[in-house]
Design a protein. Structure first.
Length: 413
């Protein structure tokens, strides 16, 4: 049985559309016909949708001409009880949420009534899109263009990820649903970079998780403390925190209280369990450290990485989650000191470079100087420019800093 709040919200969106074509645009870009579970309401909704798609007014006269005067009393009641058509967007959001709740309750009952495990799994699989994203995979062209119009003129900034570096944000446009590959050679600092950027993303309001198949939670925490509170790794190893550093650590703890940045041990997690944890955590961004250490289907490492890459490509889209997968690079044995990796340098690279929406590669500016600066190149970006920039790396504090533009010698992104 549908809830009273659902019925009220449905009646409000119908009344809003009958009053204003502007409201009709707000409602019809946020709802679908399958969300309208009350039969007489569905009839009015479908009529409004048909008129709107035909560029006609959705007023009561036009609607009644389509569905008949038998609905006159119902439409009159809708007009009388609608609080304000200007709140149509809010009413539509309530309908969406209440519809999902109704469907999830149905799915939960199906799971409870399932005669066997496979039936229960099937019921859960049917409900998963409601938890992770939209229930419908179909978008008609008219709807897609309407969504574009709404997004373009709704006075909100694009939902790009905050990587913690202003010039990276300016040039790397990473959105929900993207699969990003971050490649680096061993000991260059890819995990430290992941921790620093993940914290920046959490501070920007994203729900973030780091799935680490390589590094222990305590080590990741030490790196975060070093980066954000300035307590060096050597000092932490011997439990030496200076009096002047204590307030900084306390402030870091206070600052972290409202943030969502979870660290998960992925050393024995399957791809399916990562997906399940991601859904349960309602994460916006997940970092995977690193791809080649995960177990995937296949008889060789190449087949495993190919399967993992395809899985993350589909998962990011299905869950509308940004997945950032760290990857090792294959470095030639005779690589010169100024060796520069390419997309082909990603280990088991063919599938990764094809599936990724963006690829970042980090490497030493001079391979003979491990403590020196790092280059960070954007070598693939489906909707944005390519290029590179230079980062200084403080090994004791595991922290990166962008060099000033004048020091990048023409390498800025």
């Amino acid at each position: 049985m549908v809830s009273e709040s659902y019925v009220q919200a449905v009646e409000a969106i119908l009344g809003s559309m009958l009053i204003s074509n502007e409201a009709a645009a707000e409602v019809l870009t946020r709802t679908t016909g399958e969300m309208i579970l009350v039969p007489e309401a569905k009839t009015v909704y479908d009529a409004c949708r048909q008129l709107w798609l035909e560029r006609k007014t959705t007023d009561p006269v036009a609607v009644l001409a389509l569905i008949g005067n038998g609905y006159m009393d119902y439409i009159r009641e809708l007009l009388d009880t609608t609080p304000s058509w200007r709140n149509a967007k809010l009413y539509a959001d309530v309908v969406r949420q209440e519809y999902k709740l109704y469907r999830l309750r149905e799915a939960a009952q199906e799971i409870l009534d399932a005669p066997d495990l496979e039936s229960a799994k099937a019921a859960y699989a049917a409900a998963e899109p409601l938890i992770a994203g939209e229930s419908s995979k179909v978008t008609h062209l008219q709807d897609a263009l309407t969504h574009w119009w709404t997004d373009m003129f709704d006075n909100t900034d694009p939902d790009w990820l905050d990587w913690g570096f202003e010039r990276i944000n300016k040039n790397l446009h990473t959105a929900p649903g993207d699969f990003v590959v971050f490649g680096a050679d061993s000991s260059v600092g890819k995990t430290a970079f992941a921790v620093q950027s993940a914290y920046a993303m959490a501070k920007a309001g994203k729900r973030v998780a780091i799935y680490s198949a390589e590094t222990d939670e305590r080590i990741l925490t030490r790196r975060l403390v070093a980066q954000q509170a300035g307590v060096s790794i050597p000092s932490q190893q011997i439990k030496l925190v200076g009096k002047s550093q204590v307030p900084k650590v306390q402030e870091l703890i206070r600052e972290s209280l409202p943030l969502v940045l979870d660290i998960l041990d992925a050393s024995d997690m399957t791809l399916e369990s990562i997906r399940a944890h991601c859904i349960a955590g309602h994460y916006d961004v997940i970092w995977v450290d690193y791809i080649q250490l995960l177990d995937g289907p296949g008889k060789s490492s190449v087949e495993e990485v190919r399967a993992i890459s395809k899985y993350f490509r589909k998962m990011s889209r299905a869950l509308n989650v940004t997945i950032i997968g760290l990857s090792q690079l294959t470095v030639p044995e005779d690589a010169p000191k100024n060796w520069k990796p390419t997309k082909e340098s990603l280990r088991e690279s063919r599938q990764l470079k094809n599936d990724a929406d963006a690829i970042l590669l980090m490497y030493l500016s001079d391979r003979k100087v491990p403590s020196g600066s790092r280059r960070l190149d954007i070598v693939k970006q489906k909707e944005g420019q390519l290029g590179g920039l230079v980062l200084d790396f403080d090994g004791a504090k595991m922290r990166f800093r962008l060099q000033p533009k004048q020091e990048e010698a023409g390498h800025e992104a």
